[in-house]
Design a binder for this molecule. Structure first.
Ligand code: ADP
Ligand code: MG
Length: 250
């Protein structure tokens, strides 16, 4: 396998009128093509900052981010970004929302629009294509938002605590759904979460960050396989979760 994303010694400081905040100090890791990485770390350590740098929204003070052989210096259609809030537009139908990313990226070709429709169909939203977001459950909304992001075929997908607004039961189901969509579509994913069990249930590897300024403290290979709910029933699940918890603490 070859790395599609490489962060090499990435440093970033925020400059504000009240002073300088060092957020990232020498963050280095890579993602293999099609890999699912989870990033966990204490609140305020710099997790969102890492995603912003990968998306080209912030420029590293030092170090580099390389996506598919090119240095990332500004936002591009190569990166899909999904946040905690699904940001669907209430006045657009599900189908219109799904195609919105294509329009914004100026990629609304007949082929790509058909692809968006196919995704809606494949992931159980075809019957809701003409409905408005308020008519959907929380889980369906997250799926619609994900399809909108996948429709323009980004090279990597960045997820920033995408399930944290959902209640626990919904969260488990949505993670199950989203996890299987991402595996099926084979997209390289970076998931930021503060929930270690969520990280272990979804990822191939879990990156543990230090407190701010963030650096990579440890990277765990997740030996569990199967869907998130299946993993949660496996005997090694708790051991792995505890091991990561210990790494976060020290
Ligand atoms: P996390 O996502 O891990 O909670 P962030 O990456 O959002 O952490 O933030 C890391 C640190 O940088 C925090 O101390 C935060 O206050 C600071 N920070 C984040 N964004 C800005 C900004 N735009 N300007 C100044 N400081 C910021
Ligand atoms: Mg954050």
């Amino acid at each position: 396998m070859s790395e599609i994303l490489t962060l090499d010694n990435v440093c970033l400081s925020y400059h504000t009128p009240s002073g300088e905040t060092e957020a990232l100090r020498g963050v280095s890791f890579g993602a293999e093509r099609g890999e699912f990485l989870a990033i966990v770390g204490p609140s305020g350590c710099g997790k969102t900052t890492i995603l912003s740098v990968c998306a080209g929204l912030l420029k590293p003070t030092a170090g580099s981010v390389v996506l598919d052989g090119q240095i990332v210096t500004s936002p591009s259609g190569n990166v899909g970004y999904m946040l905690q809030k699904d940001t669907l537009f209430e006045w657009l139908t599900v189908a219109e929302n799904a195609e919105l990313g294509l329009k914004v990226q100026k990629k609304a070709t007949a082929e790509n629009r058909a692809y968006a429709r196919r995704l809606l169909d494949k992931y159980g939203l075809a019957a809701f294509a003409g409905h408005y977001p308020e008519e959907l459950s929380g889980g369906m909304r997250q799926r619609a938002a994900l399809i909108r992001t996948l429709a323009f075929r980004p090279k990597i997908l960045l997820l920033d605590e995408p399930f944290s607004a959902l209640d626990f039961q919904t969260r488990l189901n949505v993670a199950e759904n989203v996890g299987s969509i991402l595996r099926e579509e084979g997209i390289t994913t970076l998931l930021v979460t503060h929930d270690i069990s969520e990280a272990v249930s979804l990822a191939d590897r879990v990156i543990v960050l230090s407190p701010r300024p963030a650096s990579v403290r440890k990277i765990f290979d997740v030996t569990l396989v199967g869907s998130p709910l299946t993993r949660r029933t496996q005997s090694e699940f708790n051991a792995m979760t505890n091991e990561i918890w210990e790494a976060l603490k020290v």
